[in-house]
Design a protein around this ligand. Structure first.
Ligand code: MN
Ligand code: MN
Length: 317
């Protein structure tokens, strides 16, 4: 890559590498994924992009903030799990802030690199628009997958609801994922929902919606049903932090009161153990609206639980 000047080089390096690796795992140069990810089961990536945001911008800073907070989510057990899974930090996908199509291309390419190396991507967004190119890469490799989508919103809005901008904004990625056939019919499981229900789309694609009132009846029994419905299908997990109540996760751009407690959120991700997880993201963390890094720390904790739910070689589930 050619740099215009030193500032350009510095900005690129800053965006590319962030400040500290996730959970302190080895940081690798991902320009040659096949060798950089050799032997890794987990590749952590940041996508500092919020060009798909409809309200408060700033989620592009989440990878830096979650990396910093992730240091506090590490304990001895976690270190064992991370090294058992050969986790590495592949840096950030350097998505240009105002080019949604370039972001999609770069993200799809980056995720393809991870999957081709036989590893599972664990991603910090970014706004939720980053999940569409992730799912495109996943489906291209594995065919239509099961998706567990934890969110306050269904993210199935139509383009016309967004004032004629780029249609692939953060309120619509699951609509496109369904329409593009990236998700197996009947295998989109949306959990924690309290906004954005589209009856026709839900019927057409046999979407399973577990709204927040259902979640409040008990995370574990609910997740038993979800696990039974998914079976051993390859499963991608996308966690929009606004599923969590703003009291626990204030640092997000489209807060929706009446959400999960942080304990429920953690229990929910823990309950994914036993599924065949092929990747996970946590999106919509907005550090500038956070307090005391609560939201970043929760995001890091959820990611860690997701990695723990991923079976290690020789470990059940
Ligand atoms: Mn949301
Ligand atoms: Mn979302």
């Amino acid at each position: 890559m050619k740099y215009r000047d030193d500032t350009d080089q510095f900005l690129y390096e800053y965006v590319r590498h962030g400040m500290t690796p996730f959970f302190g795992v080895p940081s690798v140069d991902s320009s040659d994924p096949a060798s950089a990810y050799l032997g890794a089961r987990v590749v952590l990536l940041g996508i500092p992009y919020d060009g798909g945001t409809s309200q408060n911008p700033g989620a592009r800073f989440a990878p830096y903030s979650v990396r910093q907070a992730s240091i506090f989510a590490v304990n001895a057990d976690a270190i064992g799990r991370l090294s058992g899974r050969g986790a590495v930090d592949g840096g950030n996908v350097p998505a240009p802030p105002r080019s949604p199509s370039a972001m999609r291309e770069l993200v799809e390419h980056a995720i393809t690199g991870v999957l081709s190396a036989g590893a599972a991507p664990f991603v910090v967004g970014g706004d939720h628009s980053v999940v569409l190119p992730i799912l495109r890469a996943v489906a291209k490799r594995l065919g239509p997958v099961a998706v567990v989508h934890i969110d306050a919103h269904t993210d199935t809005a139509t383009p016309s609801e967004f004032l004629g901008g780029d249609p692939y904004h953060h309120g619509a990625p699951l609509r496109y994922a369904l329409e593009e056939g990236l998700i197996e019919r009947g295998q989109l499981h949306q959990i924690g929902i309290r906004m954005g229900f589209d009856a026709a789309l839900t019927r057409e694609h046999a979407v399973n919606i577990y709204d927040i009132d259902e979640v409040a009846q008990g995370v574990r029994p609910l997740m038993e049903r979800v696990r039974a419905a998914i079976g051993q299908r390859p499963t991608y997990v996308t966690f929009d932090i606004d599923a969590v109540d703003p009291a626990f996760a204030p640092g997000t751009g489209t807060p929706a009161p009446g959400g999960l407690t942080s304990r429920e959120a953690i229990a929910l991700v823990r309950s994914l153990g036993g599924l065949r997880i092929v990747g996970m993201d946590v999106v919509e963390v907005l550090p500038a609206l956070d307090h005391a890094d609560l939201t970043s720390l929760l995001a890091a904790t959820l990611l860690m639980q997701g990695i723990a739910a991923l079976g290690a070689p020789g470990e059940p589930g």
